[in-house]
Design a protein around this ligand. Structure first.
Ligand code: 13P
Ligand code: SF4
Length: 359
């Protein structure tokens, strides 16, 4: 099989190395490269990766680190839209590397630029107010560029509400991409009535006239991990531990959010666990690598997954991939570089800068 067709390809010798040998190689490369290298690790990454990250964080925190670091090489352990964001935010002399290039977020791939353009145009014909597109950070650079060109903004699960308020303050109505659930949960939590919300299915584009009275239209995209939680999981958690607190990520469907005690971004989930009293039980509806790590880090609390759901794209990155790209840097070779065409990067940056300013 050719190199191109094999996901997460590394030379055979890396497949044969023990975890200890790979860990030693990564430590050695880090010590040799020093400040020239920054490794960023998303909270959903495997422990074997997180232990080598200079910074771990949610996608907003990692975007900020990417924008602020002076390192020559940024190795982004996460999924592709995050590495693309780093490439857009850092300077042209810096190089962004993704250890597994094929680690794509399926939700980000659910919205394409042409579909977004035609939806924007369709809504413009039925809305007298301006259409302000807002895209979740979990989207391709192409979508961020489209949003930037239309005067819109990026948001994350930490600041979606602030960005929605900003759009309404401009007197606009919102086209939100690509996550139906984050868009719905944010709008309803802000107190918008259900009639003000429409769901746009890009695979069967509806008659835009159906959305004439909506203040927000959300794209019918979703996360495989978070839509896997259901209200029965919450009921089971409450039956097993009646005093437990249940918190879920806002990418979960509305009924799950309503059945839970709280919903919040990755950063908020971590804060809630941190602030829970000693001896507390907290059920968390999000990716299980983060939940397991929280349970390990707070031994006096019981932190349990609402159900065990892993993100396959995040789990693709293993120590052998990190070692292979770092060894390349020691040998003067940049492997698995993530780049965004200049024109796309310029427009995407407008939308990202707006988030970093407003959100
Ligand atoms: P955060 O923005 O909270 O890091 O979430 C990223 C993500 O992929 C959630 O599924
Ligand atoms: Fe994408 Fe969901 Fe994985 Fe996050 S958890 S990277 S939204 S598939």
């Amino acid at each position: 099989m050719s190199r191109e067709r094999r996901i997460g390809w590394v030379p055979q010798e890396y497949n044969e190395m023990s975890p200890e040998e790979l860990a030693q190689r990564v430590s050695f490369a880090k010590s040799q490269l020093g400040d020239r290298l920054t490794i960023l690790g998303h909270h959903y990454q495997r422990d074997e990766i997180i232990r080598f990250a200079n910074y771990r964080g949610d996608s907003l925190e990692l975007s900020r680190h990417a924008a602020n670091t002076d390192s020559e090489f940024i190795v982004f352990c996460g999924v592709n839209f995050m590495a693309e964001t780093a490439a857009v935010l850092c300077s042209p002399e810096q190089v962004v590397i993704q250890p597994v290039e094929e680690a794509l977020c399926p939700m980000a791939e659910m919205a394409g630029r042409h579909q977004a353009e035609s939806t924007y145009q369709a809504l413009s014909t039925v809305w007298s107010d301006s259409v302000i597109p807002i895209t979740y950070q979990n989207s391709t650079a192409e979508i961020k560029a489209f949003v930037g060109e239309q005067g819109g903004a990026v948001c994350t699960s930490s600041n979606a509400r602030g960005l929605f308020e900003w759009a309404f303050d401009q007197g606009g109505r919102i086209l939100f991409l690509p996550d139906e659930h984050l868009g719905t949960n944010t709008a309803l939590d802000m107190g918008l009535p259900e009639e003000a919300l429409g769901v746009w299915n890009p695979l069967h584009p509806p008659d835009p006239a159906e959305f004439a009275d909506c203040r927000i239209v959300v794209w019918k995209g979703f996360c495989w991990v978070h839509t896997g939680f259901d209200v029965e999981d919450v009921a089971q958690a409450r039956a097993d531990h009646p005093d437990a607190l249940v918190i879920v990520h806002p990418e979960c469907p509305r009924p799950v959010v309503v059945a839970s005690d709280l919903s919040g971004s990755t950063a908020r989930i971590i804060q809630v666990v941190e602030q829970a009293p000693q001896g507390a039980t907290v059920y968390v509806g999000t990716e299980c690598h983060l939940v397991d790590r929280l349970n390990d880090e707070y031994p006096n609390k019981l932190v349990l997954p609402l159900s065990r759901r892993a993100c396959g794209s995040m789990a693709m990155t293993q120590l052998k991939h990190l070692s292979y790209v770092l060894d390349g840097l020691l040998e003067g070779e940049t492997r698995n570089v993530v780049s965004v065409p200049d024109d796309v990067a310029r427009s995407a940056r407008l939308a990202l800068d707006k988030m970093l300013q407003i959100g």
